[in-house]
Design a protein around this ligand. Structure first.
Ligand SMILES: [Zn+2]
Length: 306
């Protein structure tokens, strides 16, 4: 088939997205690892390769987020987790093996080592840290952060650090067949804490006052929901990576990838396969991004909270 005929066919069939696929020289079709994704309009492989992400949590979501980022060819990932592999992780974590749980290997180190076997295009740097004690200079080096955490105190810590360092954050959570994703673009959108209840705040104050985290129950979890939520997280991150430069200049996003779910929370209900998106308003009384904190500081706000 001639090249012009291929192009004609491509136009006739019509793409899933907004525009016709690019036709690449035959020699690149099989030899370039990223050839298929480069066919997407608005794609910029160099921008991905030059990007650095922080992935908080090397559990179920963290494994899948890293897998997706590695396949896309992101340059660098800082993977933060102080925990070790146990057998109950194995049903949802593609990078873990039974031998890792026997050895009690560190999750972040295992993912880093195995991701390297997939490709050398991405450097996965494991950080055996609690988010609270993480060197905050990391936030100056990253373009985007992902929350793949299973406890509220750590998610709030990540939210605070991303807010004060103005790092876009894509947070994910799940329980059984349900999941959610929220995208935060500090300081423009609501932060993760804007919608917290008083009970949620009780947990963070206990953490901040060094009395230790309140024990949180283990959630039911399944690999399918994990894949869906983490894939949406990374899809949203692509929109940010490709569009943020323009957004900062003129508030417009990459026309082919669209606008991320800014200030919104997506809920996924697996039992009915329904997605719903809700607006999350900025809360003036939020202890992280509200005007109370802007004026009086987090410490004062904490005292006020009692
Ligand atoms: Zn807030």
């Amino acid at each position: 088939m001639q090249l012009d005929e291929l192009q004609r066919n491509a136009r006739d069939i019509g793409p899933v997205g907004a525009s016709a696929p690019k036709i690449t020289a035959v020699s690149d079709v099989d030899t370039d690892r990223f050839e298929r994704q480069k066919r997407l309009e608005g794609w910029d492989q160099k921008r991905i390769a030059d990007s650095t992400a922080l992935v908080a949590g090397a559990g179920a979501l963290g494994n899948e987020i890293v897998k997706n980022l590695v396949l896309l060819g992101i340059g660098t990932i800082y993977l933060v987790d102080f925990d070790h592999v146990v057998s109950s992780n194995l049903s949802r974590c593609i990078f873990f093996r039974q031998s890792d749980s026997r050895r009690r290997s560190l999750k972040a180190e295992v993912v880093s080592k195995r991701a390297e076997r997939v490709t050398r295009n991405t450097k996965v740097i494991p950080l055996r840290e609690d988010l609270e004690n993480l060197d905050k200079k990391i936030y100056k080096k990253i373009d985007i952060a992902f929350g793949g955490l299973d406890n509220l105190a750590a998610r709030i810590q990540l939210n605070i650090d991303c807010y004060y360092n103005r790092v876009p954050l894509v947070d994910g959570g799940m329980e059984g067949l349900q999941g959610q994703v929220q995208v935060m673009m500090p300081p423009d959108t609501a932060c993760l804490c804007c919608s917290l209840t008083e009970k949620d705040w009780d947990i963070i104050w206990s953490r901040l006052s060094c009395t230790g985290p309140i024990g949180e129950r283990k959630m039911p979890a399944i690999s399918t929901t994990t894949s869906i939520i983490s894939a949406i997280q990374v899809q949203e991150a692509l929109k940010i990576i490709f569009g943020i430069e323009n957004y900062r200049k003129n508030k417009k996003w990459n026309e082919f990838f669209g606008e991320p779910l800014l200030g919104k929370r997506l809920f996924y209900a697996g039992a009915s396969e329904v997605f719903r998106i809700y607006e999350i308003s900025k809360n003036d009384k939020c202890y992280v991004c509200g005007s109370l904190v802007e004026k009086e500081g987090l410490q004062r706000a904490k005292e006020k909270a009692g």
